[in-house]
Design a protein around this ligand. Structure first.
Ligand code: FES
Ligand SMILES: [Fe+2]
Length: 404
């Protein structure tokens, strides 16, 4: 298996424009920088869910976006159109729908305060005691629309876009060829963590930490004798966006439960190398390495999706709340299970993911505290951490553009 490395500094040689300097920690503790970042988010396209989250006419979900101090209501109306609105009643501003993420099905939305009611296209249709409102024009009091774009089944919104979603995605736009389809969300979790959003995202933008912080859960599955330090298969940087391709351990010895499930679903469980490598689109496992485990795709600023070789799709959402506070959500997607073994496999995967992400979370709050102590001026980054370096580079560039 070829998972290794032509040069010790292969990525720094490929992307010399990023330099080799250490990164000042102050960018993760400055409230002033954070407010500029908030403005960058306002002008960005942000992933908020999948089309499968609003599969049927009348389905909806709510996505809280604390970074933008707003809540977004995403609906699919009876004609199949998917729309996004500010989740704000246009009478006196009550939040219209309260649930986060998987909302459910509805014919419309009735405000809990005074009963103003909107249809799935955001039109205001019922105002109790309407005659008492002098000059009220219901057509002018619909829910405010939010710009929406759909790409490869991912739903994006933008409050104040500077470009179309296609332009925003650039090279990435055409690299996936309809790969993500017929998925369903089998697990969702969220957590508010006292850490800057960039420190949080950095923890998921390199493989360097895997043999250490995931020493108890992952090393046999990802790393092994062939690749003990989890060198990535590839890292590709695209203007503002980036991707990492990571290996699995071809010598992984499945647990007895995994072997049992694998017999019934007729495929390995984890790392499930059942992908037909030759059929993958260019955006997935770009080196077409047979020991491929999964890819990490980060679309600027924080949209994060990770296709796994076994067909699972993992989505992370990072919503900055303040300079040292971030909301994080995880969504796990796979095909709808057709057998008990597939159901058990998804359940097992969800439980294992929780164990792994708990390890990821374990270092974050203490890192933020340490940075605030003033005892570290800069972060040193290895070649394997070039996607982290790229993240700092592109957010600094975006800030200078809005200042400029
Ligand atoms: S605020 Fe919604 S009906 Fe009054
Ligand atoms: Fe991790």
């Amino acid at each position: 298996m070829s998972t290794n490395v032509a040069s010790h500094l292969r990525f720094q040689e490929r992307y010399p424009e990023l330099g080799r300097e250490n990164i000042p920690v102050s960018v993760n503790t400055s409230a002033e920088i954070f407010e500029l970042e908030r403005e960058v988010f306002r002008r960005s396209w942000l992933m908020v869910g999948r089309v499968e989250d609003v599969q049927e006419p009348g389905s909806y979900f709510v996505k809280e976006i604390p970074t933008l101090r707003t809540s977004i209501l995403v609906t699919r109306s009876n004609d199949g159109e998917i729309s996004a609105f500010h989740n704000t009643c246009q009478h006196r501003g009550n939040k219209l729908v309260c649930s986060n993420h998987h909302g459910g099905r509805a014919k419309g939305f009735s405000c809990s305060f005074h009963g103003w009611t909107y249809d799935l296209k955001g039109n205001l249709v019922i105002v109790p005691d309407e005659d008492k409102f002098a000059g009220l024009n219901k057509a002018e009091r619909g829910l405010p629309k939010v710009n929406i774009g759909i790409w490869e089944g991912f739903i994006f919104v933008s409050i104040d876009p500077t470009r179309s979603l296609e332009e925003w995605l650039g090279e990435r736009y055409s690299q996936f060829g309809g790969y993500f389809r017929d998925l369903h969300c089998f697990a969702h979790m969220s957590s508010d963590v006292k850490v800057n959003w960039k420190i949080f995202l950095d923890a998921f933008a390199e493989g360097y930490h895997v043999p250490f912080i995931h020493g108890k859960t992952l090393p046999d599955a990802i790393t092994g004798e062939h690749n003990p330090l989890c060198h990535v298969l590839d890292i590709q940087l695209f203007n503002q966006h980036r991707m990492l391709s990571l290996p699995a351990n071809p010598e992984y010895e499945p647990s007895p439960v995994e072997k049992l499930i694998a017999r019934h679903i007729k495929a390995p469980v984890f790392p499930a190398l059942k992908a037909d490598i030759a059929k993958l689109p260019p955006g997935i496992n770009p080196t077409k390495d047979p020991s491929w485990g999964f890819d990490i795709n980060i679309l600027f600023p924080t949209s994060y999706f990770a296709p796994w070789a076994n067909g699972m799709l993992l989505i992370y959402y990072f919503w900055p709340i303040s300079v040292e506070h971030t909301r994080w959500e995880v969504g796990l997607y796979w095909n709808k299970p057709k057998t008990a073994a597939e159901l058990l496999n998804q359940d097992l995967t969800a439980k294992m993911t929780i164990s792994v992400v708990r390890e990821d979370l374990s270092s974050l709050e203490t890192t933020q505290e340490t940075l605030l102590s003033g005892s570290l001026d800069t972060m040193a980054l290895s070649d394997e951490e070039i996607a982290v370096r790229h993240g700092y580079h592109v957010i600094a560039e975006a800030i200078s553009n809005i200042q400029g």
